[in-house]
Design a protein around this ligand. Structure first.
Ligand code: SAM
Length: 257
C-alpha cells in the first residue's frame, strides 16, 4: 500500500483533528441563519393571528380585532364630500385638539389631506407632516396644497409597518378614520411613539363601534375599550375620551415624559 509522504500525512492528521470543530462551526452558522430568517415571522405571529377574512377585513387579528381593508385611492372623492362637514363636524374635532402655533403635527393616514390642510393655518410656526402609504393620495394632497398655497404641510410616504417619521420630532399624532386599517398597527404605533416628543399626544377619531346606528362597516368602527387596549400595548397613557362629535369617538393619549 502506498503511504502518503510524511508532510501530507501531518496535514491530513491536522485536518482530521479540525473536522469536528469545522462541523460544529457550520452547524452554528446554519442555525444562526435559520433563526435570523425566521425571527420576523415569529415576531409577526406573536402579535397577530390569522383568520378567514371578513368581507371588509384582511384576515389578520390584533388584540381580538380583525384589521379592516385599506380604503383605496379610487375612493378619495368620498373623503372630500361636502356632507362630511355635517356628518363628522371636522372643525369641532380640530378645535378639540387645542393646538399651539408652534406644534409639529403628524396626520397619519392623511389621505388627500382633508385634516392636514385645515390644521396647517393653526400651526403657522410649526408644520404638518401628512403621512400616507398610497402615493396617489399624496399626489392629490400635493395638488391641493399648491392650489391653496399652503406651505407648511409636508407629504411623507409611509410604509404599512412604519410612519417614516423622525425620532422625537412631533407634538401630536392625529389619525382620523385611519388607524383601524393599519395592516401592522403595533409596528406603526411603535414608530409613532418613537416620533413623539416626551409629553406628546396621540389622538384617534374612530366611528363608534358601540352604536349600531352608526352606518359604517363593522371593521371600520372601533370601541373605546379596543382603542385603549391597543394604545396601552405600546405604552401610551389614556388622557380622555371626548364625545363632542356626532358619530366618532375622539380618544386622547400621551407619551409620558
Ligand atoms: C379612510 S382614509 C382617511 C383619510 C383621512 N384621514 C381623512 O380623514 O380624510 C384612510 C387612509 O389611511 C391610509 N393608510 C392605511 N394604512 C396606512 C399606514 N400604515 N400608514 C399610513 N397611512 C395608511 C390609507 O392609504 C388611506 O388614505
Amino acid at each position: 500500500m502506498t503511504r502518503p509522504a510524511p508532510r501530507f500525512s501531518r496535514q491530513l492528521q491536522a485536518s482530521a483533528a479540525l473536522a469536528p470543530v469545522l462541523r460544529c462551526l457550520a452547524l452554528v452558522a446554519l442555525l444562526w441563519g435559520v433563526t435570523a430568517c425566521a425571527t420576523p415571522a415569529l415576531q409577526l405571529s406573536a402579535n397577530y393571528q390569522s383568520v378567514s377574512p371578513s368581507p371588509d377585513g384582511i384576515g389578520r387579528v390584533y388584540l381580538g380585532r380583525e384589521i379592516a381593508q385599506t380604503m383605496g385611492h379610487e375612493g378619495a372623492g368620498w373623503l372630500d364630500r361636502p356632507s362630511r362637514v355635517l356628518q363628522e363636524r371636522p372643525q369641532a374635532a380640530i378645535a378639540a385638539l387645542d393646538l399651539a402655533p408652534t406644534d409639529v403635527v403628524a396626520d397619519i393616514g392623511a389621505g388627500t389631506g382633508y385634516f392636514a390642510r385645515r390644521i396647517a393655518p393653526l400651526v403657522p410656526q410649526g408644520r404638518v407632516l401628512a403621512v400616507d402609504i398610497q402615493p396617489e393620495m399624496l399626489a392629490m394632497l400635493q395638488a391641493e396644497l399648491e392650489a391653496q398655497g399652503i406651505e407648511n404641510v409636508e407629504p411623507v410616504l409611509g410604509q404599512p409597518d412604519s410612519p417614516n417619521l423622525p425620532s422625537n420630532a412631533i407634538n401630536l399624532a392625529l389619525m382620523v378614520d385611519a388607524y383601524h386599517e393599519f395592516a401592522y398597527p403595533r409596528e406603526m404605533m411603535q414608530g409613532v411613539v418613537a416620533a413623539l416628543k416626551p409629553g406628546g399626544r396621540v389622538v384617534l377619531a374612530e366611528y363608534r363601534a358601540e352604536n349600531p346606528l352608526v352606518m359604517i362597516k363593522r371593521l371600520h368602527k372601533m370601541s373605546v375599550a379596543q382603542v385603549r387596549r391597543e394604545m396601552a400595548a405600546v405604552g401610551l397613557a389614556w388622557i380622555k375620551t371626548d364625545d363632542r362629535l356626532p358619530e366618532q369617538h375622539l380618544l386622547f393619549f400621551e407619551k409620558r415624559a
